[in-house]
Design a protein around this ligand. Structure first.
Ligand code: BGP
Length: 467
């Protein structure tokens, strides 16, 4: 039995590019993924879950199945097709209609400004490595706050800066698919932290109403086989993937223990990190003003040191046992057969979520509050006799909610949980066979079937509200 606070938010998460489809409709401008996915030829972002047209159906289902809040992102190029300059009124009208429909159904929108979909021309000019992207992002954010502020009171600056940086420059499964360039990834993370900080500061300076935060992917790192000699690798990974950016948003500077690890990595890779004095002013100011942290959590890692030629194989097909991760000077991921993992080799370890939240509370006492903004199970769901009996998803969500319940009893301020995902959608690097939704989507007919997990979710959400 789960016992969560009455006011706990039960949310469903989505991202514009993964659900909307309609990538060329109503004046939408191109994004980096349009070109990349076409070149790859594996799958297309159209029709996705056709949320561009189907949102009333999904919101009606959300209401029916106890979803109190929905994470959506605004597609930057629906508003500014080129990233800056000319405004697309049809895009603006679409989001007004979407938010109105949320509110009509009593569903609170939590709105992300950037969820992986940088406008194409900004991407081609260096994406987050180019400070001009930061300026364009700040202008776009300001427009959104002024335009949608009466409907939206919960804002998220950027979704998973680390996934962008590592996907683009280390794993190479995000455009422009560069591999093992750690200095670029570190610079891209820093620049996103500056963009985030500038937007938070603007939001507060202009006195926009509501709350603003950021979403980080945070995975816990443990020494493989509990061996002392693996502790350093676990620390290096934690600093690189988590602490670097948590320092930025909560301390407003990078602490010495953080920079020690980052500088080591930069040295090994003959790289440098440019931090302007102005950047630090913005970070320091924003650290005092951020309202919440969105924590995305799916898995944790067990690591040992690795010094040799880097080799990463991203399992993007669901062929279990194919993932390999060895990053020179950072570490190697080791799989413990006793710990379950998904078909995509994601290690299922709810304790990692609890440990991460505790670490945040201890290292960043000014953290205010946390929403788990993504968590869920990617699986190859099947419709059998008109039903989807996704017991494994229910089990996955339940054990992670249990970890949250435990965190709340340890005095950690966790205010809500957004399941990834509300409905099935396409996955950036895995396509359409990795389903996460409460609502099954037949991508040909766009019909929705609430899964067994949706019924379970409804009962849990409703009984929690009753107390
Ligand atoms: C997060 C992203 C989402 C989503 C999710 C599941 O990193 O914010 O956009 O895709 O992970 O990941 P995947 O689709 O790779 O299974």
């Amino acid at each position: 039995m789960l016992s969560l606070p009455k006011e706990f938010v039960f949310g469903g998460a989505t991202a514009a590019y993964q659900v909307e489809g309609a990538t060329t409709e109503d004046g939408k401008g191109p994004v980096c993924w349009d070109v990349f996915l076409k070149e790859q030829g594996r799958f297309s972002p159209d029709p996705a879950s056709d949320f561009y047209h189907e949102y009333p159906t999904d919101l009606a289902l959300s209401k029916e199945y106890g979803v109190d809040a929905i994470r959506v992102s605004i597609a930057w190029t629906r508003i500014f097709p080129n990233g800056t300059g000319e405004l697309n009124k049809k895009g603006v009208a679409y989001y007004h209609a979407l938010f109105a429909e949320c509110l009509k159904n009593g569903i609170t929108p939590y709105v992300t400004l950037h969820h992986f979909d940088t406008p194409l021309n900004l991407h081609q000019n260096g994406d987050w490595l180019n400070p001009k992207t930061i300026d364009a992002f700040v202008a776009y954010a300001d427009f959104c706050f002024a335009e949608f502020g009466s409907q939206v009171k919960k804002w998220i600056t950027i979704n998973e800066p680390a996934s962008i940086a590592f996907g683009q420059y280390v794993v190479g499964n995000f455009p422009p698919n560069i591999q093992y360039d750690l200095p670029k990834a570190i610079q891209a993370m820093h620049n996103q932290m500056v963009a985030h900080a500038k937007v938070v500061n603007l939001f507060k300076e202009k006195d926009y109403t509501g709350e603003i935060g950021i979403v980080h992917i945070l995975e816990s790192y443990y020494p493989a086989e509990d061996a002392v000699e693996n502790l350093a690798a676990a620390n290096t990974c934690n600093v690189l993937y988590n602490q670097f950016m948590l320092d930025a948003i909560y301390k407003g500077y990078y602490d010495n223990d953080t920079m020690f690890v980052i500088n080591e990595i930069l040295k090994q890779n003959d790289g440098k990190l440019t931090i302007l004095p102005m950047d630090l002013t913005e970070l320091a100011k924003a650290a005092k003003q951020i309202d919440f942290l969105g924590l995305n959590y799916y898995q944790s890692h067990f690591v040992q040191p690795f010094h040799g030629e880097s080799y990463i194989h991203h399992n993007g097909t669901g062929e279990k046992g194919t993932a390999v991760f060895r990053l020179n000077g950072v570490g190697e991921r080791i799989y413990n057969p006793a710990i379950p993992k998904t078909d995509w080799d994601w290690v299922i370890y709810p304790k990692g979520l609890y440990d991460m939240m505790l670490y945040i509370k201890n290292r960043y006492p000014n953290y205010q509050k946390i929403y788990v903004t993504e968590n869920g199970l990617g699986d190859k769901d099947q419709v059998v006799n008109g039903e989807v009996l996704d017991q494994s998803r229910i089990d996955y969500v339940a054990i992670h909610l249990k970890a949250i319940e435990q965190a709340i009893s340890s005095g950690i301020e966790v205010k809500g949980y957004f399941i990834w995902s509300l409905q099935d959608m396409f996955s950036w690097t895995n396509g359409y066979n990795k389903r996460y939704g409460l609502f099954y989507v037949d991508f040909d007919s766009q019909k929705r079937i609430p899964k067994k997990s949706a019924q379970w979710w409804k009962e849990l959400s409703e009984s929690t509200k009753k107390g």
